[in-house]
Ligand binder design. Structure first.
Ligand code: GDP
Ligand code: MG
Ligand code: ZN
Length: 291
C-alpha cells in the first residue's frame, strides 16, 4: 500500500503493516505513460526490490474500492470527522460542511468531539446530545486527559483505512500522536486569529494502527465545498434520511422547502442549514444574469 508521496517517490509498505517493510519506490515509465496516477492508499505491485537500500519499483496499480478527493486518498473504508468542543468554538455550519463531504463518500462516518477537557460535563453532554440529534454517535475525546482514546483506537482498528478530517486546530495530529506512541506528528498552536489557515500537517500520510489497520492524518482546510447535486442533499443529512426512510415524501424531486403537502418536518436543528444549502446550490446552478 502506498503510505506517502515524497517528491517523485512513493513510500510503499508491504501488507500486513510491519515497521521494517517500508520501501521507497519509483514508478515504471509505462505506468506514467498510461496516465495511471498513483495515490496514497493505492494497492500496488512492486518489483526489483532492493532490501538493503529499501528501494523498489512500482509496476502496477490495483483498482480502487473508493476514492476521496480532498484529501486524495484511495481505498478509504471509514471517515472520521473531528470537531473541537472548544478552541476553536464548535461551529454548526462549518461542521455540517465537513459532515456533508464525509457523507458523500457513502462510507461509515464517525464523529469525534475533541478537547473535552475544556468544557464542563454539562456542556459536554449537551454537545454530545446535539450531535446525536444530527444522527451521529460522537465520541468525546481529549488528548490532554486521554478520555475516549481507547474507544477511538478500538474503532479505528476495525477499519482497514480511516481518514481523520476536520478543521485545522481541532487536535487531529495530537490525537494520532496519542494513539501511536512513536509517531510525533507536528502539532500546531492555535493561539489567536493569525494562526487561522496555517496548517502544520502538509501531506497525507498513512500510519499503522495494528494488524491491517491504518489511519491518515489530513492537512486541515476549513471550508469544504457543498456537494454539487441539490437532490442528493436529503440523503447526506442522517436526521433527514431517518425521517424520509419510513415516510418518503410523496412528491418526486421535492426539495422539502415547505411545499404544500410535503411531509418533511421543520422541527430539527439543522433544517435551516439544509434550507440554506439548498438555496445556495440552486443559486449556483442558475445561469448567471450578466456581469
Ligand atoms: N486543551 C486541549 N488542547 C488540545 C487537545 N488536543 C490538541 N490540543 C491543542 O490544540 C492545538 C492544535 O492541535 P493539532 O493536533 O495540531 O490540531 P490539528 O490541526 O487538528 O492537527 C495544539 O495547540 C494542541 O496542543 C486537547 O485534547 N485538549
Ligand atoms: Mg494536524
Ligand atoms: Zn418534500
Amino acid at each position: 500500500m502506498v503510505v506517502a508521496l515524497q517528491a517523485n517517490y512513493l513510500a510503499v509498505e508491504l501488507d500486513p503493516p510491519d515497521q521494517d517493510t517500508r520501501l521507497l519506490c519509483t514508478r515504471r515509465t509505462r505506468l506514467s505513460h498510461r496516465g495511471a496516477a498513483v495515490h496514497v492508499g493505492d494497492r500496488v505491485w512492486v518489483e526489483a526490490i532492493d532490501p538493503q537500500q529499501g528501494r523498489a519499483v512500482v509496476a502496477d496499480v490495483e483498482p480502487r474500492s473508493s476514492w476521496l478527493t480532498r484529501p486524495p486518498v484511495a481505498n478509504v473504508t471509514a471517515v472520521v470527522v473531528a470537531f473541537a468542543m472548544d478552541q476553536p468554538t464548535f461551529d454548526p455550519d462549518q461542521a455540517s460542511r465537513f459532515l456533508l463531504t464525509a457523507e458523500q463518500t457513502g462510507l461509515e462516518v464517525q464523529v469525534l468531539l475533541t478537547k473535552s477537557d475544556l468544557l464542563s460535563s454539562d456542556q459536554r453532554q449537551a454537545l454530545v446530545q446535539r450531535l446525536e440529534a444530527w444522527g451521529y454517535a460522537p465520541i468525546a475525546i481529549s488528548s490532554t486527559t486521554g478520555e475516549g482514546l481507547d474507544m477511538l483506537r478500538e474503532r479505528l482498528q476495525t477499519q482497514a483505512l480511516s481518514v481523520l478530517c476536520g478543521p485545522s486546530g481541532v487536535g487531529k495530529s495530537s490525537l494520532l500522536n496519542g494513539l501511536i506512541p512513536d509517531l510525533s506528528l507536528r502539532v500546531g498552536a492555535v493561539s489567536g486569529r493569525l494562526q487561522k489557515g496555517r496548517h502544520t500537517t502538509r501531506h497525507v500520510e498513512l500510519h499503522p494502527l495494528g494488524q491491517g489497520a491504518r489511519v491518515a492524518d489530513t492537512p486541515g482546510f476549513n471550508r469544504p465545498d457543498l456537494p454539487k447535486q441539490v437532490h442528493n442533499l436529503e440523503v447526506l443529512f442522517p436526521e433527514l434520511r431517518r425521517q424520509l426512510e419510513p415516510h418518503p415524501c410523496r412528491f418526486r424531486d421535492c426539495l422539502h422547502r415547505e411545499e404544500p403537502g410535503c411531509g418533511v418536518s421543520r422541527d430539527w436543528e439543522r433544517y435551516g442549514i439544509y434550507r440554506r444549502a439548498v438555496e445556495e446550490l440552486l443559486d449556483l446552478s442558475r445561469p448567471s444574469r450578466g456581469g
